[in-house]
Design a protein around this ligand. Structure first.
Ligand SMILES: NC(=O)c1ccc[n+]([C@@H]2O[C@H](COP(=O)([O-])OP(=O)(O)OC[C@H]3O[C@@H](n4cnc5c(N)ncnc54)[C@H](O)[C@@H]3O)[C@@H](O)[C@H]2O)c1
Length: 308
């Protein structure tokens, strides 16, 4: 199989590319920047926003996985033009898929559900009347384009809505401040941490579970077994940020110094995925609860010299 991954130098792209290559698939990546962790992934360093038709890689692809995006919610509240870039990136990748008649997978987000005050979110329940932030709006717009391409051009797709993916290749916190790596680094160094919204509940997804789901999607879509589905890909259980802090502190043998502040603008307060559809359609069966995933993440950071 030959797979094109946009955003291949990011956390999910790197994990996915290496996993596909390990089983013998060929991967071509496109990203703004070279991969910071590995030289193994064939990467075209290019900006989707400015690529012309002739700049795209040649040859047949079985599937395109579009992951490139500005992926930080709060950053896009400050710089909403970057949310518009996300929409254009998705449009450019979709146009390539249309020209090449290649099935398309999109890395969407739980953010499309907004701040629903429900415990479990089922795909069909998404309410797009309110977008919580420019980032949410960019994912909703990306999804809408994909659905329209399926209708008008018969382009097969899978939309995956990820949720707080953590583990391996998420230690680049200067570029991308993600909550779990940030807390791990700070607690390991006895630095104070701030929890914005102590009552927030998230569905943290260990990266191996997420990648396993995407790979099942790639195989099913390429084989024509599954198409035109929107699927939550998460662990399926909620944890508070306080739970996460306690698990980190226990795993590091530290006493955390925590300050609690109100949540910031645009932030979702509660999300727990209903993963029934992923189980039914893809045979997805996530394996790693937060209590097991955080120690794995800390082990990976230690092996990479991040924790001294
Ligand atoms: N990691 C998560 O928890 C999570 C949750 C929900 C949704 N997502 C979505 O999944 C996708 C992958 O997430 P990630 O965590 O790997 O993000 P990431 O920031 O680690 O990777 C995204 C990559 O896209 C690249 N990129 C951005 N704009 C580009 C452009 N115009 N041209 C080429 N490359 C560009 C960046 O350089 C980066 O390497 C994103 O679309 C994100 O919105 C991620």
């Amino acid at each position: 199989m030959r797979v094109l991954i946009t955003g291949s130098s990011g956390q999910i792209g790197t994990n996915l590319a290496l996993k596909l290559m390990a089983r013998g698939d060929q991967v071509v990546g496109i990203d703004l920047r070279p991969n910071p962790w590995t030289g193994q992934i064939e990467t075209q360093v290019a900006n989707l926003l400015t690529m012309r038709d002739e700049d795209w890689p040649t040859g047949h692809f079985d599937v395109i996985v579009h992951l490139a995006a500005h992926a930080k919610v709060f950053e896009l509240v400050e710089y909403p033009d970057r949310a518009l870039d996300n929409v254009t990136d998705c449009f450019r990748a979709l146009e390539f898929a249309r020209r090449k008649r290649t099935p398309f997978i999109f890395g969407s987000s739980r953010e499309v559900y907004g701040d629903i005050h429900r415990h479990v979110t089922e795909e069909a329940e998404a309410d797009f009347v309110v977008a919580e932030s420019p980032y949410s709006a960019s994912k909703i717009a990306g999804e809408a384009f994909i659905y329209s391409y399926a209708e008008c051009y018969g382009l097969p797709y899978l939309v995956f809505r990820f949720s707080n993916v953590y583990g391996r290749y998420d230690n680049d916190i200067r570029r991308m401040e993600r909550v779990l790596p940030l807390f791990i680094f700070k607690i390991a160094r006895d630095e104070p941490i701030t929890v914005y919204g102590r009552e927030k509940v998230f569905d943290f997804t260990y990266v191996d579970d997420c990648i396993e789901g995407i790979m099942r999607g790639i195989d099913s879509l390429a084989a024509g077994r599954v198409a035109n589905q929107t699927i939550n890909l998460a662990y399926g259980q909620g944890s508070t940020l306080v739970d996460a802090v306690n698990i980190i502190a226990l795993a590091l043998g530290k006493t955390p110094n925590v300050t609690y502040e109100p949540p910031r603008a645009g932030e979702v307060m509660r999300y727990v995925a209903d993963i029934t559809k992923a189980r039914q359609v893809l045979g997805y069966n996530p394996q790693v609860p937060l209590s097991a995933g955080i120690p794995l993440e800390i082990k990976w950071f230690r092996e990479h010299g991040d924790l001294g």
